[in-house]
Every structure is written in structure tokens, then in C-alpha cells.
Design a protein around this ligand. Structure first.
Ligand code: 5CA
Length: 451
């Protein structure tokens, strides 16, 4: 992408209402625009990151055996009356009346609708296990929307729903999602720690939240240092092996990890002082096991091997990709701007032309742009006539992993500069050496973050 053709409305200063660094940087970097309280447009740079996050989430859901669907944002109130949640949900639910005076709502979550889909088609235990998910916008009329897309009113959610014949199979499904979340957050380039959680309005008896550690997180977390050392399962993890999946979850739940809401001082005191990590975290995922809470009132049954009808056992599994984008910035930034994990950076390389309009420099940049693009790099080519300082500041602000800096003086010696955003390291290299270094990084990134 040539910057001169792109739409990247950066701001010199963050608006005063932006209280936390991710909100400030997302506004400054031209990633989002607020349209109403807690409601945002995603501008091209923000959308690119959001899509990359979504894609990793999707790949790991698919790998764990979940199947993608797409349900609507607008739901009928009647479905929610069946489960009894229509009245319980309160003011967080945005209620709408259509022209025929029918009660509708903007979905805050989809347990009822997916249960309706299930009961309409699935009749036999032979069709189980089943896990259906979608990635769709949700609306919750939060009392205090704040922190930009971190706590929005409209936000993107991946929500998966598992269906099983009995409690044991349903818990195995829960464990598969638990393990898929470990892989998902690892591929997103962050450490997310699973913690015992409260179930709130979703209900159920078993629940974990996944929290990304960041100084500015909303929740205070207490966890054992072992979480920094537990291995994340690799891409080859066998989701068909219940015992193996269960063992992974056992390890990842073997040490103390709780948010302030569930904190237990007595248990905490048992953790050796040297292993106590008291930090802040952002909840990016939340999984629930609630058995037949929805299937019983909504009549979602399957015939078992015994020939009898059984209420189906369920769980639901959420990740907020829009919140994840903000959380990644909270976990990765410096004074100059954002530092993206390689797997979700909006572009891999910022190609900086220090003298746009100079024939030799333009030709060299055009050539590098073609070569990099052909080699599979996503390149943002700064071909504008802005001053060099402004170009560097922009590249740092939007946080691309690499800056390839091309000026007439270096070119005279056949050289360019390559700057790594995360370390700030600048190397002067020949054109070929720079391309080789980038190719190495590309291979490392694919090995580290690839599906
Ligand atoms: N139905 C269940 C799981 S599918 C559910 O709704 N879970 S939840 O309420 O915990 O939300 C799932 C995820 O959505 C959260 O972990 C968080 O990442 C994201 N999320 C929830 N509320 C917001 C919000 N107001 N703004 C941005 N993301 C949110």
C-alpha cells in the first residue's frame, strides 16, 4: 500500500477524553473513530489489525473442531422469553420495537439463538459433539462505556457454543476450548492467564477468564509465577485425545490464579512469596460451562443410545477481538507509539522514502516495494513528500515491526537502513542484506506464530 493512496488520518494529539494509552494511541494512529459513546468506526489501519486478530481466533477455533456460522445481530425477544433471560438481563440489553410492534433486541450474546438452531435440526446423539461459533458484533448498553474499544457498547465477539450428550462429554468440550484459547493468545503474541471466574448472567458451575497482563488492566490479578513457565501446546495438539487435552488443562489450572473478585487470601498465603505475582490484567476471553440451563427451558433434546430423550449439555466460549486489539496495545507500546506482535501488525514493513521525487530514490523504493510484496510482505510505502522526521514518527506511532529507510546518500553506496521497531536497533545494510534479514524474520515469524 502506498501511503499517498491510503486513508490514515493520524492525530497530533489524543483527544482529552482518552484516559488510557491504548485508546489514545488508537485515536492518534487513525485506527478508530468514535461515533457515539462506546460505538466506533474501524478505520483502515484498525480494521487490518482487527481482521488479523479475528483470523487467528478463527483458525484456532476450527483447529479445535468448532464450526463457523453467522447469526444476526438483531434477535427476537420471544426467544429470550423462553429462557427467562428477557426480564433478567436489565438495562444492558438494547430493546427495539419493529414497525409491527414486535419486541426485538440487539444481541448481547447468543445462547438462546444457537439453542434454537440446534433444536431445529439436531435429533440424535450421533450428531454430537457439536460446537458452533460465530464472530459477530454485540451490543451491551454499558452504564459507563470507557477506554475506547476496551469497554465499548458495540463490540466484536467470537462466541462458540458446545453441545454434548452428557456432563462428561460436555466437560471434555470445555477443555478443548480452554486449550484452544492457550494457543490463540500465544499466536496473538501475548501471555494470557486462565483464572477461575464468576459466571454472572451467563450462568453455570464452571468458568474461566483469560487475562492479558498489562499495568493498566482493569482487574487486579494474583497468580503464581509458574504461569510464566507452563508450555503452550503446539499446532499439532490432538483435540481428539481427551486425556491429553485434560492433562494440559490440569497443568494450566494447577497453580493459583484469580482476579480480585475471586481472590482468597488464605489460599494466596500458601503460594511462596517468591512466586507471588500481583499484577493487573485485562479480560480478553471468558468460557462457561452451564449444562442444561438453556436446553431444558428451550426444549433442546437429543435421543441417546438408550433410545430416550436427553436435554443437551452446553457451554459457551467468548473472546472479544475488538478488546484484544486494545489489550495488545496496552501490553505493547512505548513513548513513541505502538509495538505490535508480528502476527497482527497491520503491515510488516514500513518502506520510508527519504527523498520522494528524486528519481534514483523513487526507482529503488519502487523496486524494493515490488520485491517485498512479491515475497509475501505486507508493505506500507511512505511515498509522501513529508519531512523525514515526520515519516519516522509516523512509522513508530503505528508500530510496524520493521522500517526500511531509503535515502539518496545511502543508495550512492548501495545501502539502506533497517530499523526494528521493538528494539530500536538500526542497521546499515546493502539492499540484498536488508531483504535477507527481512526474509529471515518472515520465516521466524511463520514458525513462531503460524497456524
Ligand atoms: N456468551 C458468553 C461467552 S460466548 C459471553 O457473553 N461472555 S462474556 O460476557 O464474558 O463476553 C465474552 C468476551 O467479550 C469478553 O471476554 C470480552 O473479551 C468481550 N467483551 C465483553 N464485553 C465487552 C465490552 N463491553 N467491550 C469490548 N469487549 C467486550
Amino acid at each position: 500500500m502506498r501511503l499517498s493512496n491510503y486513508f490514515l488520518p493520524v492525530l497530533k494529539e489524543a483527544p482529552r477524553e482518552a484516559e488510557i494509552v491504548s485508546h489514545q494511541l488508537m485515536l492518534r494512529a487513525g485506527m478508530i473513530r468514535q461515533q457515539s459513546a462506546g460505538i466506533y468506526s474501524w478505520l483502515p489501519l484498525g480494521l487490518k489489525v482487527l481482521r488479523k486478530v479475528e483470523q487467528i481466533v478463527r483458525e484456532e477455533q476450527n483447529r479445535a473442531g468448532a464450526v463457523e456460522v453467522l447469526m444476526p445481530t438483531i434477535q427476537s425477544a420471544d426467544l429470550w422469553r423462553e429462557s427467562g433471560r428477557y426480564d433478567d438481563y436489565g438495562k444492558e440489553m438494547l430493546r427495539i420495537t419493529d414497525r409491527h410492534e414486535r419486541d426485538m433486541l440487539f444481541g448481547p450474546t447468543n445462547e438462546e439463538m444457537i439453542t434454537d438452531i440446534f433444536r431445529s435440526y439436531v435429533r440424535s446423539y450421533k450428531d454430537l459433539p457439536l460446537n458452533l461459533y460465530h464472530i459477530q458484533w454485540k451490543f451491551r448498553d454499558e452504564v459507563r462505556p470507557r477506554f475506547g474499544v476496551m469497554r465499548g457498547r458495540e463490540f466484536l465477539m467470537k462466541d462458540a457454543y458446545s453441545f454434548d450428550l452428557d456432563e462428561a462429554a460436555s466437560r471434555a468440550a470445555y477443555k478443548r476450548m480452554f486449550v484452544s484459547y492457550l494457543r490463540t493468545f500465544d499466536r496473538l503474541g501475548v501471555k494470557a492467564i486462565p483464572m477461575r471466574a464468576d459466571t454472572g448472567p451467563i450462568g453455570g458451575d464452571l468458568s474461566h477468564e483469560f487475562l492479558i497482563l498489562a499495568d493498566t488492566g482493569e482487574s487486579e490479578v494474583f497468580c503464581h509465577g509458574d504461569f510464566m513457565r507452563f508450555p503452550v501446546p503446539g499446532a499439532g495438539v490432538d483435540y481428539g485425545d481427551d486425556a491429553k487435552i485434560s492433562a494440559i488443562m490440569d497443568e494450566w489450572t494447577s497453580a493459583y490464579a484469580r482476579t480480585d473478585e475471586m481472590h482468597d487470601e488464605a489460599l494466596w498465603d500458601d503460594v511462596p512469596a517468591a512466586d507471588q505475582m500481583n499484577a493487573r490484567g485485562i479480560e480478553v476471553g471468558h468460557i462457561f460451562h452451564f449444562g442444561t440451563k438453556y436446553s431444558t427451558p428451550m426444549g433442546a433434546k437429543v435421543t441417546g443410545p438408550d433410545g430416550k430423550d436427553h436435554d443437551v449439555f452446553m457451554g459457551s466460549y467468548g473472546i472479544g477481538p475488538s478488546r484484544v486489539v486494545a489489550a495488545l496495545i496496552e501490553a505493547g507500546h512505548d513513548d513513541a507509539g505502538i509495538i505490535w506482535p508480528a502476527s497482527v501488525a497491520p503491515f510488516d514493513v514500513g518502506l520510508i522514502n527519504l527523498r520522494s521525487g528524486d528519481e534514483a530514490t523513487d526507482t529503488a523504493c519502487g523496486d524494493l516495494y515490488s520485491k517485498l510484496t512479491a515475497a509475501g510482505f505486507d508493505v506500507l510505502y511512505d511515498d509522501t513528500d513529508n519531512r523525514a522526521g515526520g515519516k519516522f514518527a509516523l512509522a513508530d506511532l503505528i508500530g510496524l515491526p520493521w522500517q526500511l529507510i531509503v535515502g539518496p546518500r545511502g543508495l550512492a553506496n548501495g545501502e539502506v537502513e533497517l530499523k526494528e521497531r521493538a528494539t530500536g536497533e538500526r542497521l546499515t545494510l546493502t539492499l540484498d542484506a536488508a531483504l535477507n534479514r527481512l526474509a529471515e524474520w518472515q520465516a521466524e515469524t511463520a514458525a513462531r506464530f503460524g497456524g
